[in-house]
Structure formats: structure tokens, C-alpha cells
Write a protein that binds this ligand. Structure first.
Ligand code: CTP
Length: 476
């Protein structure tokens, strides 16, 4: 072990940082506490890189002193908010003066005044987030726990320190946070706290979409996202923030025949997918959206019962508008989700008939590098309650997986591009970009995928001339 390196890593440890803060605050004669998420996570044995420091006095002044004292740190000051942040290694240490706040209805922006540590704890969202530890010299390490946050941590409950109607009305984002913490920590929400969420749910409308979506994404990435969605639904928040998901809920019955409840089915798919999608937000979004168009494609006829024809295509087309509304990125991540929604029936459909190489090649080509994720999604989509049926489907699914691997090993289709591209077609026939270029390109691609011609440049060119002639296009 290199002694210098060892020393350096010590400087970056929270325990060392706390000692420095304690001694600098003492010199300034300022009381100081570590508070909120870091304390909560420390007790729960979760690692946290965000440290919130509250001081009775200027947070900015104290932050400047710490930054001068602490090696390898950088300081950022947010004058408008009266706060400062010191980055120490990968620790993000926020400094803030103790505050008391009062709010006006209609706005999330509080009127802020200096306060005591108790007043600062009062204004926090939940008792488990209002715990503080003293960093003052004479009481170093003591808990300040006026709302029994430690007990609530032990009992695994989320409850507000004040009347929940005040806490949620002050900052309605906290309703989403309650459900997020419940999904992340697997904690129950206290009864009257949850009733206040139901009562105040409409106030979520004053919160910026980005903040709502940030919490929603944290719920989706948590270990218990289906718990989160059930709470969102029960509280009335879901129909406001994500109505497309809400309308999946419910079962219609005609002539005694009902379809499955697509809300609970989707949550089941999400749960099945959990171990295969840790940290993969977009795969989980694909699961959430895979059946999103079922309500608008739903039809009943006496012969087939309930059908949802084209829901994969319609669903894929709904993805951009949902992403736009939720302020999710409209980039390749959205395209990935769209692709998985579009293709989610394909692997399953292959289990129903004798599989041709051509169908396998098509799936490999269409899914490309996302094939593995598509297969994870589709496998999770097998939710039949009939055990025997489920085992049968899963067995067939394994066969499809094996065959896909066999064809990919042989033909290398996943990242394959047809041997002749659009530009070459335009050069050969001296034509401008037009519909026919696309038609010819697809004909070559399909002929190779269907095994009509080999994946070979000369064969493709010969085939191109035949098809161009049929379309009335001649070489010039
Ligand atoms: N807080 C609050 N109301 C909010 C946001 C935050 O009372 N709407 C308080 C809580 O005391 C919280 C602290 O500010 O613990 C820090 O907030 P934040 O960093 O957003 O959350 P954490 O609790 O640290 O949790 P995480 O890091 O998982 O987001």
C-alpha cells in the first residue's frame, strides 16, 4: 500500500471531511450539522455521495473555509440561493444556512428566513430525512431527532414531520418523493401521510415536468417499481402525470369474456424483467410502454374474442409523444424504446410456427444489437397464470433463442448491411434520390434475408438489374 495514496484517500472520506468541517465551524463560532439523505443512508448502510451540511450562519462563508483547507476540492457558489457546494473527490458537499420557510399556495418558491436547527428540520419532507448529526465540538456525533426519525427508519415507514397536508401543499413534489422512497427502500407510507397525498394530488400540476420525471425515473430504476406504480395509481397521481398508463387499468367484459388487466400485466412484466435490467432505465421504459396502445386498438368479435391488432405498431408510434410530454430525451434512447415496443411480439410469434431461417434472419436484422434486450423483454412478457402453459412457452422460447444464435453464428446478420447501398444504385442508373431507390434497396435486402440470393456483391448486382428492369429503370 502506498502511504501517500492511502493518505489521499483518507482525505476524501466523509469522516475526515466531517472533522475538517467541525474544526472550521468551531473557529467561526458557527453551529454545524450533517442532515438529511446522508444520515438516513448511513444508518441504512447505503452508500451516499451527497452530503448536506446545515449551519447556523453563512453556509457560503463556511464552504469557502473548507474549500481552502481541504485538498483536491473545488468550490461552487450559488449566490441567489445562499448556498455553496464543495466537491471533494466524488463527495458533493452542500452548505446551507439553517432556514425556516413559509410558502404561498400556487407556487413552490418559499419565503426563506434564517432559523434554528429545529426550524430547519421542521421544514423537511419526511422524518427519516429530517435526522441530523451534530458536528459541533462538544456534542460531536450526537443525533438530533425531534420527530423520531430513527424509530421510523427502524419501523420502515415514511411519514411527514408536520401535518402532511402542510408538507405536501408546501412542496407537492414531495408526494412523488414519498412514493419514490417507498419503492427504493421498500418502506410503507404512513396512512395519514398517504391520505394527504390523495387529497393534494392535484397540486402536482404546479411542479415542473422535469422534476416529476426525475422522480418517476428513480421509481422505475428502484428495486420495487411496481409498488411505486401501484401507489401512484392509488393516490390519483398517475392519471395526472401519466394518463396513458392509467388507462391500461381495468377489464372489460362482453358475453362473459374479459381480457387481462393490462396495467397489472405490464407491472408483472416489469417485475419479471427486474433482475435482467438493473440500471437499465430504457429497457424498463420499453416494458412499461410495450402494451401502451392496447386500449386504443382493443376490439371484440364473437369469433376471436378480444383482439389488440397492431398495438405494437401503434404503441411504437405513441412513444415520441409520450417522451416529449414527459420531457424524456428524444434521441437514440427513445428510438431504442420505440424499436423494442415495435418488435415485442416478433420472438413470441416465432414460437407458434415452424421457424424458417428467413424469419430468424429478419428478426436478427431488425433488432440488430438490441436483440438481447428484446429477448429479455419478450421472455418477461410470458406471464400466463397457467403453470403448464408458461413452462411450455418458456421451453419454446429457449428453442427460438438457440436457433437465433445458430443463424447469427452462421450468417452474421445483426450488424449486417446489404452489399449494395442507395448511393450505388443512384450512381449505376444515374437517377436522383426517389422512391424507386428505396424499393430496389429493400428488394435486395429481402432477397438475401429470404435466401433467394446469396449475401454476395455480384449476385446482388445481377438481381438489382433484373428488378430495375421490371420497374422500367435502365442503365444509362
Ligand atoms: N428535501 C425536502 N423536500 C424536498 C427535497 C429535499 O425536505 N422536496 C430535504 C430532505 O431533508 C432531503 C434533503 O433535502 O433529505 C436532500 O434532498 P435530496 O438530495 O433531493 O434527497 P435525498 O434525501 O438526499 O435523497 P436522494 O439523494 O436519494 O435524492
Amino acid at each position: 500500500m502506498n502511504i501517500l495514496e492511502d493518505n489521499l484517500t483518507n482525505y476524501l472520506k466523509p469522516e475526515y471531511v466531517f472533522k475538517t468541517i467541525s474544526s472550521e465551524a468551531n473557529k467561526l463560532n458557527q453551529q454545524v450539522y450533517v442532515i438529511g439523505g446522508f444520515v438516513r443512508d448511513k444508518i441504512l448502510n447505503r452508500t451516499s455521495k451527497d452530503i448536506d451540511i446545515v449551519t447556523l450562519g453563512s453556509g457560503i462563508h463556511l464552504a469557502k473555509k473548507i474549500s481552502q483547507k481541504q485538498k483536491t476540492s473545488s468550490l461552487k457558489i450559488f449566490k441567489n440561493f445562499g448556498t455553496a457546494m464543495v466537491m471533494i473527490g466524488d463527495l458533493e458537499v452542500q452548505f446551507i444556512g439553517a432556514r425556516k420557510e413559509s410558502y404561498h399556495s400556487g407556487s413552490r418558491n418559499p419565503i426563506v428566513e434564517n432559523g434554528t436547527i429545529e426550524e430547519d428540520q421542521n421544514r423537511r419532507d419526511f422524518t427519516i430525512n429530517a435526522l441530523a448529526i451534530s458536528l459541533n465540538k462538544d456534542t460531536y456525533g450526537n443525533f438530533i431527532d425531534p420527530f423520531n426519525g430513527l424509530k421510523d427508519l427502524e419501523n420502515q415507514v415514511i411519514v411527514t414531520p408536520l401535518d402532511p397536508n402542510i408538507t405536501f401543499s408546501d412542496d407537492p413534489l414531495r408526494m412523488m418523493r414519498a412514493i419514490r422512497f417507498s419503492s427504493q427502500l421498500n418502506f410503507k407510507i404512513n396512512k395519514s401521510t398517504f391520505e394527504a397525498i390523495i387529497k393534494n394530488s392535484e397540486r402536482i400540476k404546479i411542479v415542473a415536468q422535469e422534476r416529476i420525471t426525475e422522480e418517476l425515473n428513480k421509481i422505475i430504476l428502484s428495486n420495487h417499481p411496481s409498488t411505486g406504480f401501484k401507489l401512484l395509481e392509488k393516490s390519483g397521481l398517475l392519471k395526472i402525470i401519466f394518463p396513458e398508463f392509467q388507462v391500461l387499468k381495468g377489464v372489460e367484459i362482453i358475453n362473459g369474456k374479459g381480457h387481462k388487466d393490462n396495467f397489472y400485466h405490464t407491472l408483472q412484466v416489469l417485475d419479471n424483467l427486474l433482475p435482467h435490467s438493473i440500471g437499465n432505465l430504457w429497457l424498463r421504459w420499453a416494458a412499461i410502454l410495450h402494451d401502451i396502445a392496447k386500449p386504443i386498438t382493443k376490439k371484440y368479435n364473437n369469433l376471436q374474442g378480444w383482439t389488440f391488432h397492431g398495438h405494437e405498431d401503434k404503441g411504437a408510434r405513441m412513444v415520441p409523444s409520450i417522451f416529449r410530454k414527459l420531457k424524456l430525451p428524444l434521441d437514440e434512447k427513445m428510438k431504442y424504446v420505440q424499436k423494442l415496443v415495435m418488435l415485442h411480439l416478433r420472438p413470441i410469434s416465432l414460437t407458434n410456427k415452424s421457424i424458417t431461417d428467413s424469419a430468424l434472419r429478419r428478426l436478427l436484422f431488425d433488432a440488430g444489437d438490441d436483440l438481447e434486450d428484446l429477448m429479455k423483454l419478450c421472455q418477461s412478457d410470458i406471464t400466463s397464470k397457467n403453470k403448464e402453459k408458461k413452462i411450455k412457452y418458456l421451453k419454446r422460447f429457449e428453442v427460438v433463442k438457440k436457433k437465433l444464435k445458430g443463424v447469427e453464428d452462421r450468417d452474421r446478420i445483426k450488424n449486417w448491411q446489404p452489399p449494395i447501398n442507395g448511393k450505388e444504385i443512384m450512381d449505376i442508373f444515374k437517377i436522383q434520390p426517389c422512391k424507386e431507390v428505396g424499393v430496389l434497396k429493400d428488394l435486395i435486402k429481402n432477397a438475401i434475408l429470404d435466401g433467394v440470393i446469396k449475401n454476395d456483391y455480384n449476385q446482388a448486382k445481377k438481381y438489382l438489374f433484373i428488378k430495375a428492369k421490371e420497374l422500367g429503370i435502365n442503365e444509362k
